[in-house]
Write a protein that binds this ligand. Structure first.
Ligand SMILES: [Zn+2]
Ligand SMILES: [Zn+2]
Length: 414
């Protein structure tokens, strides 16, 4: 059923306050040379996260429902990967840490994962926190382990991010968690992900219960960004917290709406993000019924792809988006101009152990063509092949992508 036109729908969201202005990007201007808010100077960023949890996220529900959610997820993931490859859209898979395991065994005491702390309170079921864990392996209990699906996600050509959704789907609320529990949950994720050669950099709080009391601890353990549900804003520039952790504002979760076309809603929010320079973020459950993907997800991917084709959005994972924002925060630029060219000196205090060496997009005002660009980097920095491409000067401005740890860029005029 569709009763709202897109024009009317926009006014409804406005009226409900869903398009309220959130955090905005600060201008980064160094004597006329700017660092663009988003990579490629795209007006907006788009990111998507999947809460990848199999049976772990549904174990408080009756057994058949929990099993059906996990079975849906097993069936949907390969199709989702094909669609994301077709549109070349990388997403962030917020994965329950236990899914990285091939198998697990029951301890002598009769408990699963006896070495893991239990939440101080659990209102979702009686008995032990791990009582549903089959202590088997992926072949015998494919709802509780998914190293095969994870390997498939990692082998995709689009570069998906594997992120954390805690180890055992804990609730990060004050009454149901402790610093020790959170530390052990994240440590267990790090350990389980290590054989795949990856570390968690993004975290999605389970049940969207945000545990900001653990921001310092999460950041110390390598988490640089979390998905944030805000009571006011659904579109915002990623917000840096005092601990260094970024909040990425959730714009919407995928579903089918009764009184309007959900794809219209996504288009309205993405258009608004483009208009005001915000990050749009959609999340979903891969365990949903296939028609949700056919009727809403694929058309939204198609729209994102077309907006990217017009240069209007930068499609990024959660961690890459946070890394760009932090590199922008931590880099300064000075320039010396001469008759024959310009020399830019970059100084960056970015913690590369957490954020890597992301590209920054510089906007350099110029009134004549550049014939040559020479980069001078640290020896240990990443390959700068992409930065060596000379971009044309458009509207008296050179748009240049440079790894933020570049020390010096020399521009030569004709
Ligand atoms: Zn287990
Ligand atoms: Zn979850």
């Amino acid at each position: 059923m569709r009763t709202y036109s897109p024009g009317l729908l926009r006014r409804v969201f406005e009226w409900k306050g869903q398009l309220a202005q959130g955090n905005r990007a600060a201008t980064k201007d160094f004597g006329g040379i700017e660092i663009a808010p988003f990579k490629n100077n795209s007006p907006a960023a788009v990111s998507i996260s999947a809460d990848f949890e199999m049976a772990w996220g549904w174990r408080s529900r009756p057994g058949p429902e929990c099993a059906s959610k996990a079975a849906n997820e097993r069936r949907n993931v390969p199709s989702l990967l094909r669609a994301l490859e077709e549109y070349r859209i990388p997403i962030t898979w917020a994965t329950v840490g236990h899914l990285f395991l091939e198998s697990c065994t029951r301890g002598n005491c009769g408990l699963a994962h006896a070495d893991m702390p239990r939440p101080p309170r659990n209102e979702r079921w009686d008995g032990d926190w791990y009582r549903h864990d089959p202590c088997a392996n992926v072949n015998e209990a494919p709802a509780w382990y998914a190293p095969d699906l994870i390997a498939t996600i990692l082998s995709s050509s689009v570069g998906h991010e594997l992120a954390s959704h805690s180890f055992s789907h804990i609730d990060f609320s004050v009454t149901t968690s402790t610093p020790e529990l959170v530390r052990m949950e994240i440590s267990a994720c790090i350990k389980a992900m290590d054989p795949f050669g990856i570390r968690p950099r993004s975290l999605v709080f389970c049940h969207n219960r945000m545990g900001y009391q653990y921001s310092d601890l999460l950041y110390e353990m390598g988490i640089i960004v979390v998905r944030h549900r805000d009571s006011r804003s659904r579109l915002a520039y990623p917000e840096r917290t005092a601990s260094g952790l970024y909040k990425l504002y959730e714009s919407m979760n995928l579903r089918l709406a009764t009184y309007y076309n959900y794809v219209d809603k996504a288009k309205i929010f993405i258009d608004e993000a483009i208009r005001r320079g915000d990050a749009y973020h959609m999340w979903f459950h891969p365990s949903d019924e296939p028609n949700v993907f056919e009727e809403a997800f694929i058309p939204i991917l198609d729209h994102i792809d077309s907006q990217r084709g017009k240069g209007l959005v930068w499609v990024s994972t959660m961690a890459d988006l946070a890394a760009y924002c932090e590199a922008r925060e931590k880099t300064t630029i000075s320039a010396i101009r001469s008759q024959s060219g310009m020399t830019l000196t970059l100084e960056s205090s970015l913690d590369t152990s957490k954020f890597g060496n992301p590209y920054l997009t510089l906007l350099i005002p110029l009134d004549r063509p550049v014939t040559k660009i020479v980069y001078d980097q640290d020896n240990d920095s990443q390959d700068s092949t992409a930065a060596r491409r000379t971009h044309p000067v458009e509207n008296k401005r050179l748009i240049l992508n440079v790894p933020c740890k570049t020390k010096r860029v020399q521009l030569f005029f004709s």
